[in-house]
Write a protein that binds this ligand. Structure first.
Ligand code: SF4
Ligand code: SF4
Length: 189
């Protein structure tokens, strides 16, 4: 589904650019498309559109940005942020757009979305990631049950995929912090 720049949104009562600015805490108009973010981005070569085009579509308020896989595959490495001459945090922009896209029922990369949810759930429950459920979630999401077994099985026997997750020491305080941040984020939506 390709929506036009003037499409109506189910969940947004202001225009798309303003909503991206609000949720990300960034001003997408600050971007002057120098492309330095894209030049350093480790995942850009494998995406449908590169980060600076995400910014351009966001500036236009084009709903095509909601259909991008790039927004789901940003790994928040901050390379773009450190390179950007205008201090635009592209990862925050991508994250904001995924929130809007989900609300609109548009998930361009269901595998990345499923992995992200499993990752957050794992961190919430343990204070750190538990690798085995994450790997299993990836298998289910991709339906590729036999791929990478030549690597995965030796890793399992070397203890890299423990059956039970390790929890951090101060899990209670961490979870309080996690839930307060989550509540704030929900309030911002
Ligand atoms: S580095 Fe900054 S100004 Fe340049 S294209 Fe990327 S976001 Fe825009
Ligand atoms: S934070 Fe995201 S967009 Fe920026 S360089 Fe890293 S992967 Fe690319």
């Amino acid at each position: 589904m390709v929506l036009g720049a003037t499409a109506r949104f189910k969940s947004i009562d202001v225009d798309l650019k303003k909503e991206i600015d609000r949720l990300s805490g960034q001003k997408v108009d600050m971007c002057y498309l120098c492309g330095k973010c894209t030049a350093g981005c480790p995942v850009a070569p494998y995406q449908d559109i590169p980060p600076h085009i995400v910014l351009r579509l966001a500036q236009w308020g084009s709903s095509k940005v909601l259909e991008s896989k790039m927004i789901w595959n940003c790994v928040a490495c901050a390379t773009c942020y450190t390179r950007c001459p205008n201090d635009v945090d592209v990862a925050k922009v991508c994250e904001a757009i995924t929130q809007i896209a989900k609300r609109e029922g548009i998930v361009a990369d269901p595998v990345a979305s499923a992995l992200r949810e499993k990752f957050v759930e794992s961190v919430k429950n343990n204070g750190r990631v538990h690798e085995l459920p994450l790997a299993m979630a990836m298998k289910v999401a991709t339906k590729d049950y036999l791929g990478d077994l030549d690597v995965g099985i030796p890793m399992f026997f070397q203890g890299k995929f423990p059956l039970f997750g390790h929890q951090i020491k101060d899990l209670n305080n961490f979870q309080k912090l996690f839930n307060s941040k989550k509540a704030k984020k929900e309030g911002d939506k």
